[in-house]
Design a protein around this ligand. Structure first.
Ligand code: SF4
Length: 341
């Protein structure tokens, strides 16, 4: 594992834990506003830190430090990441991983290690007497996830740079399109781990419209479409985000008349289906209750100019605290667990 930075004590990088922070060099994105220029572009100039030094420290600090944060650059491009994390965990530390979400293949292994490790035979092949004389199909193997096996990591922090479209992400140097990011977000939503999403707000690139669009997309991934649309009107959700997010909260209906409840929901749904882009929130947004609602937090963080990858961004003035708060307020009705950092 290549390590180019080691912060021995941090009270802010791992929520609720005293942690140390390990910085890995290099990144597969080239965000123009990235302030980790040295770590991303000039890492050869930085002095490497040996794994032994890190583990010597971790051995000494058992019981005093709770967790280890692995950040970058982009840690998932490091070959030895899995074994490195396992070694840290064998000492009893919690591990938080910061990632840009471009390597869903790696995140999948870290979040659901058993997906890779287990395979069982599919024994459901029927042996019909008439088929005995015929060549039998060979046993097929399929992977069966054992979700009882613990994931390698304990906390995932992931960047969501901008709205989830190929065009928007290309501006951030991601040539493969946005699909790996969406895959990673879906994995994070399915996992049982707490998840922190982070967006650095750049005045030229993020405004209320963009933030609301992001909020809708993230809501759909983490909270799912409205259950009433699926269960009452169509039986499945094939409506667009805007329609799903455009439904108003149902009016109070006496419980004594269940037919009325269904009728009013159906009317509500048909209203929803006619809604247009301009009619989206600030109406109350109905979040599907479930385990994900309190497990994901989305932070909008203020941009810090000075050492940006692209010099042009060093002259960009960050939004004020009030302007940042307006963005949070715009997203809140759609994605309730959004905060300012
Ligand atoms: S800001 Fe972008 S370029 Fe910088 S480390 Fe994060 S993902 Fe990589």
């Amino acid at each position: 594992m290549i390590i180019k930075g080691f912060e021995k004590l941090s009270l802010s990088d791992y929520p609720g834990k005293v942690s140390c922070v390990i910085f890995t060099p290099g990144c597969n994105l080239a965000c123009p506003f990235c302030h980790n220029r040295d770590l991303v572009k000039n890492s050869l100039k930085l002095k490497p830190i040996s794994e032994n030094n890190v583990f010597e420290y971790l051995n000494k600090r058992k019981g005093l430090v709770d967790g280890v944060v692995i950040t970058g650059g982009e840690p998932t491009i490091q070959k030895e990441l899995g074994s490195f994390i396992k070694r840290i965990k064998s000492l009893g530390y919690k591990v938080k991983l910061d990632s840009n979400g471009t390597r869903p293949d790696i995140l999948k292994i870290l979040l659901f290690p058993s997906l890779r490790a287990r395979a069982r035979s599919n024994l459901s092949i029927q042996r019909h007497p008439e088929r005995e004389s015929m060549p039998q199909p060979s046993l097929t193997w399929r992977r069966i996830p054992d979700l009882t096996e613990l994931p390698y990591i304990d906390f995932l922090a992931m960047d969501v740079k901008t709205e989830l479209t190929d065009y928007a992400y290309k501006k951030f140097g991601l040539k493969t399109g946005v699909s790996p990011i969406i895959k990673s977000l879906n994995l994070a939503a399915k996992s049982t781990l707490p998840v922190e999403l982070r967006t650095t707000i750049i005045p030229k690139l993020h405004d209320e419209k963009v933030i609301q669009k992001m909020a809708k997309q993230l809501s759909k991934i983490f909270f799912g479409p409205s259950p009433s649309l699926r269960s009452v009107s169509t039986g499945r959700s094939n409506l667009s985000d805007d329609v799903i997010l455009g439904i108003r909260q149902l009016p109070e209906t006496p419980e004594s008349d269940p037919g009325q409840v269904l009728r009013s929901r159906a009317t509500q749904d048909s209203r929803g289906a006619r809604m247009t882009r301009d009619e989206t929130p600030p109406w109350p947004f109905r979040v599907r209750p479930g385990r994900h609602n309190d497990k994901v937090k989305w932070y909008l963080q203020t941009f810090r100019p000075g050492t940006c990858l692209d010099e042009k961004f060093n002259g960009v003035k960050p939004y004020s605290k009030e302007e940042m708060q307006k963005l949070v307020d715009a997203a809140k009705p759609i994605f309730p667990s959004v905060f300012l950092r």
